[in-house]
Ligand binder design. Structure first.
Ligand SMILES: N[C@@H](CCC(=O)N[C@@H](CS)C(=O)NCC(=O)O)C(=O)O
Length: 216
């Protein structure tokens, strides 16, 4: 049984979506970031960097922080959503690192400066907007030649990137400028597991899909 410690943020949603997709049994332990529950000494024992998501696998008592590591673990445990051939596994490592090092940190800064900071720091807003749009361009090019991020099909890489792109409205990005990303976003948003995972822990932040309205 997987114990999932999470909140309804892009990094948290990666893992609830993965658990819904791979079918492993799990329980949800909400960590309310608005109440600083990520700083609770009990939580720090499983997530020393005081961030969600984190998991405990009660089958072997292993605890893990860092969403990329958790996705790899769950893929291996379930035998799902990761390529098994050598080249495919390295492409998975490559694009997963791209998500962890570029998409997450840079889009996160856009959310801070554009949404929460209301554009008050013009220099930072411009810097991260520019980098965010550059990254959208990289993803659009990749998805022009591939239905999903990996040639072998739907994988943990798509799951890692999806919750960040699904916040295109917070980033004030016009997705019609990135038509391949838009196609891919709609493809993933149509998956029942993605919609269920988006709403864990239950929240009032619907999933906005351009041209298709919002889904809870
Ligand atoms: N690299 C980490 C980042 C995790 C992260 O930034 N989590 C945020 C929510 S999306 C968090 O817990 N923030 C609380 C804090 O920084 O105190 C991962 O991918 O798991």
């Amino acid at each position: 049984m997987i114990e999932l410690h999470t909140w309804f943020t892009p990094n948290g949603r990666k893992i609830s979506i993965m658990l819904e997709e791979c079918g492993l049994p799990y329980t949800v332990h909400p960590v309310n970031l608005g109440k600083d529950e990520q700083l609770d000494p009990e939580f720090l024992k499983i997530s020393p960097n005081n961030k969600i998501p984190a998991i405990v696998d009660t089958d072997n008592n292993l605890s893990l922080m860092e969403s990329g590591a958790i996705l790899l673990y769950l893929a291996e445990k379930s035998g799902k959503l990761a390529p098994t051939d050598e080249a495919g596994r390295w492409k998975m490592a490559e694009w997963l690192m791209f998500q962890m090092a570029s998409v997450g940190p840079m889009f996160g800064q856009v959310h801070v400066f554009r949404r929460y900071g209301k554009g008050e720091n013009a220099g930072a807003t411009e810097r991260y907007d520019k980098e965010c749009r550059r990254i959208y361009g990289v993803m659009d090019k990749r998805l022009a030649d591939n239905e999903y991020f990996l040639g072998g099909g739907y994988s943990i890489v798509d799951i890692a990137i999806f919750p960040w792109v699904a916040r295109w409205n917070w980033q004030e990005v016009d997705l019609t400028e990135f038509p391949n990303v838009l196609r891919w976003l709609k493809l993933l948003a149509a998956r029942p597991a993605v919609r269920t995972g988006w709403n864990i822990p239950e929240n009032d932040q619907p999933l906005p899909i351009p041209g298709e309205g919002e889904f809870a």
